[in-house]
Write a protein that binds this ligand. Sequence first.
Ligand code: PMP
Length: 387
Amino acid sequence: MKQVYLDYQSAKPVDPRVIEGMTKYLHEAFGNPSALHQVGDDASDALDESRKSIAKFINADEDEIIFTSGATEAINMGIIGYALRNKKKGNHIVMSEIEHISIHNIAKHLERLGFEISKVPVGQYGKVNMRKLERRITDQTILISVGMASNEIGTLQPISEIGKLAAEKGIAFHTDAVAAEGLAPIDVRKDNINLMALSSNDLYGPRGVGVMYMQKKYRVNPIIIGGGQERGLRSGSEDIPGIVGMKLAVDIMNKEMKSEVKRFQGYRDRMIKQVLDEVPDSYLNGHPTDRLASNAHFRFDGIEGESILLSFKDLNISVSTGSACTSKTLEPSHTLIATGLLHEEAHGSLQLTTGRFNTEDDIDRVLEVVPDVVTRLRDLSPIYKKK
Ligand code: PMP
């Protein structure tokens, strides 16, 4: 039976066109861009071209792009690097309750270093409450960090409003754009974004490559110290094949994002309508409309997300219960709890995320089996009571 993959939020295959374009940089133009010979120059040119394309994709300038080994590293540099650089100005950082786990753990780390962190609550659909955000700001606040969209429930955040507020207050604004990139246009100028993390894989490029965007007048302390590459901000020989891969992924995205997003919206809306219509006591998590085009996230009374996931695994369908980055803990999702769900409600979730290589047949297949899987698990459930 063909494998149906509906977990694009946790990992994406690299686009074959990207792989084709990258290969040359593994064995022909393999040079170190710091080397002064021709092979080094070729690598250096590829690095410059990549920086240009990626800058254009987010409406930034090329000298605002710092290549990293992925989004986690970009987030570390953006938040920790900015906090350490600016600790004399203030020790307070504001973020949302539903940031990615990497940001919550950075918050704990910064607290140990003497910073104070305020987490702004979200409403039932997972949107940051602007009034509450504004009230958290003090004269010590140096940074606001709110992700562009939730990688779990798909809710889009009011990024323009947050950027505007931060600019008015003279506070730096950092956003983790990983969940939204490739699904919503990014314009750092229009939205007053000063620091931002991107990952290559979320654009169908190779994993282990990312970008920290840093607006010109902003400065961070480096997290990785060494040979001084990337203007001293991220030492270590640049991963040219990976960086070129990210550039090629961006070039494809520039051409195809609009039509692709339309296609995902069709899949998403069909999945949401059909599951809610056909499965009793089922609910949509996240915002009904203001959500990523690729994200359908449900909860079902009386069953465990893990047992749903394993039932789908037996049927050769790859789905998720939430963030792959937190799947090793038995704790319910902090995002779902922040939206007001009880622990038992937060455990019965199913996250279906679509991507470039899905077809209508994949959606048919999953929709065909969801009602039966839920009914069977409920028949075995000691806690499910039909309403
Ligand atoms: N932010 C979000 C929203 C994510 O989903 C992830 C994981 N894909 C990360 C950050 C961390 O990215 P990486 O694992 O590429 O470092």
